[in-house]
Ligand binder design. Structure first.
Ligand SMILES: N[C@@H](CCC(=O)N[C@@H](CS)C(=O)NCC(=O)O)C(=O)O
Length: 219
């Protein structure tokens, strides 16, 4: 039986999991979460009442959180690309960078978007400003961190890069990365050229008109 991914192609966290699946050519069933398919939506909500996606269903197990989905795939459906290194110290570095991209790039990016889609009277300019300041600090740190590196932890593409691709993609659309952060721009470009992530980006293209802040006419 194949594992089943409940996901949407335009979602950053889903693209994170999809990048891992495409890196290893893992065979899986894709259940798209879409308002035109209420049955799949109800099935998803019953499996994960928190209602954040993606989730992976494997037999009677439901695996939640994109990072854990990727860890699970590495354990139960390993492929040629080891997204978490065997060496525990190297694996810790990968997980540290994965936390960085989730907490300090994606979380503030989502906060800005969630704020923008609220009713005008419910918006939170203080929180929006805080999120933008966090992104600025994260871009600055990442620019120094990426100096001389190809991927987030060095020469190998890992779990950390699976998240970095979609999160930097949408972060730049949401709160533009200053051109002075040349290492971040170069890294974002390398991620976009990686076939696994490029495929996930292509699958999300038809939905760009739904980007709440207005999608720019570029990747
Ligand atoms: N911590 C979760 C976050 C997942 C997440 O925020 N997914 C977004 C889509 S990119 C979502 O479910 N949004 C739906 C909502 O906020 O209602 C993970 O790592 O998988």
């Amino acid at each position: 039986m194949k594992p089943v991914l409940y996901a949407h192609p335009f979602s950053s966290y889903c693209q994170k999991a999809l990048t891992a699946l495409y890196e290893n050519g893992t065979d899986f069933e894709y259940r798209v979460l879409d308002h035109t398919d209420p049955e799949t939506l109800a099935d998803f909500a019953a499996r994960w009442p928190i209602k954040r996606f993606p989730i992976l269903v494997d037999g009677d197990r439901t695996i939640v959180e994109a990072s854990i989905v990727i860890e699970y795939l590495g354990l139960h459906y390993p492929g040629p690309v080891k997204l978490i290194p065997d060496d525990p110290a190297a694996a810790l570095e990968v997980r540290m960078l994965d936390r960085f991209f989730d907490n300090y790039i994606s979380t503030p990016q989502q906060k800005i978007v969630f704020n923008a889609i609220r009713q005008e009277t419910d918006r939170d300019p203080y929180g929006d400003n805080e999120a933008r300041q966090m992104l600025e600090r994260a871009y600055a740190w990442l620019d120094r961190h990426m100096a001389g590196k190809e991927w987030a932890t060095g020469d190998a593409f890992t779990l950390a890069d699976c998240g970095a691709g979609p999160f930097l993609f949408y972060a730049d659309w949401t709160h533009a990365i200053d051109p002075a952060f040349a290492n971040v721009h170069a890294y974002r470009k390398r991620l976009l050229a990686r076939p696994s992530f490029a495929r996930a980006v292509d699958e999300g293209r038809p939905f760009r008109k739904f980007f709440p802040l207005g999608a720019p006419d570029r990747d």
